[in-house]
Write a new protein. Structure first.
Length: 333
């Protein structure tokens, strides 16, 4: 019996049902939750990945912002860091109650955000300032802002060792390579066109970058500051994520409602899985067995079996889901 989850159903007004969910008491329970930021109605849908069902949404009433985008969860699953682009803010939210703890002014037009592998820092791409804001998770304050050489950074992702940070610069079609310790961009790599999501290969200075106009991914050797190959996947790729074992890279093709699986060793697409309309940003479970894909135009999340390379289920969420976040206390993503 799973002791970490207690559900009590009570009748509410208008005949609806309210689910009261007790706090998760252990790490396994925390790791089983996925958080989906719904841009259209300013909510976060919370999915139990063991059952692949939405267990609740926060806030219960109202919204977290007029244009929420990236959502990042802390390692304990107690706090959510939600990008509200319209308010130029990173909103810190109590994951259990949905109450806003703090609103951090990060700069003009933030969009993508990611958690560092250690869980200590959230990197927020601030598009209109051509900068990355680094937010300390413990103090919920900005510790540094690093300028990019490129224009309008959309996604920003740390390397495993947190020495490097890459940004995808959508208005200048390039990727900044940022030396985190030095606090500056040390190189700019021109890409195939429309860089979006970024994924590092495990324990290597190699990254895959989705190219919306290029129709695939560019593979960047970070040490060489150069693209070593490009792989075609489909129409308007939005995001890329690499499996825990480094065998496959998964690419959401926003223009054709599919996710491509790239065999990393062979450098070619080996499978294509159908998902919802405009698949966008994705997340893996801690064990890496399932991939969750936000489908912006279908108001759903698709669940993909990363070993069998097949779509398992579609889960209804809120309006215009932007992406998915899953706390990872075991290994870096």
């Amino acid at each position: 019996m799973h002791r970490h989850l207690v559900l009590t159903a009570k009748a509410a007004l208008c005949g609806s049902i309210v689910l009261l969910i007790a706090p998760y008491a252990n790490t396994a329970a925390v790791e089983s939750l996925a958080y989906v930021g719904n841009q259209g109605n300013g909510t976060v849908s919370i999915i139990d990945t063991a059952r692949d069902e939405v267990v609740r949404s926060v806030p219960v009433q109202g919204s977290l912002g007029k244009k929420i985008q990236a959502v990042v969860a802390d390692r304990a699953g107690k706090r959510l860091f939600v990008v509200d682009a319209a308010a130029n803010a990173l909103v810190v939210v109590d994951a259990g109650s949905g109450h806003i703890i703090r609103s951090i002014d990060v700069g003009r037009a933030p969009e993508g955000a990611s958690m560092s592998p250690s869980g200590r820092t959230v990197a927020v791409c601030v598009e209109d300032e051509n900068a990355v804001a680094l937010v300390d998770v413990a103090t919920e304050t900005i510790t540094r802002k690093i300028q990019t050489q490129g224009r309008n950074p959309e996604h920003c992702v740390f390397s495993d060792d947190e020495k490097w940070l890459l940004t995808s610069d959508e208005n200048s079609d390039d990727v900044d390579i940022i030396d985190v310790n030095a606090g500056r961009s040390v190189a700019l790599v021109h890409t195939s066109g429309g860089p979006r999501g970024i994924a590092w290969l495990p324990h290597r200075l190699v990254a895959y970058v989705a190219q919306e106009r290029g129709g695939g991914v560019d593979v960047i050797d970070v040490a060489k500051h150069a693209i070593i190959r490009s792989i075609h996947t489909g129409l308007r790729p939005a995001d890329v994520i690499v499996g825990r074992d480094g065998r496959f890279a998964f690419v959401s093709n926003g223009g054709e409602a599919t996710v491509s699986a790239i065999d990393v060793a062979a450098a070619r697409v080996v499978a294509s899985m159908e998902v919802g309309k405009r698949p966008w940003n994705m997340a893996l479970t801690v064990g890496g067995k399932k991939l969750y894909v936000a489908n912006g135009r279908s108001n759903s999340v698709s669940v993909i079996d990363t070993q069998g390379l097949r779509t398992l289920k579609s889960i209804s969420v809120g309006e215009l889901p932007w992406g998915v976040a899953i706390p990872d206390s075991v290994s870096a993503h």
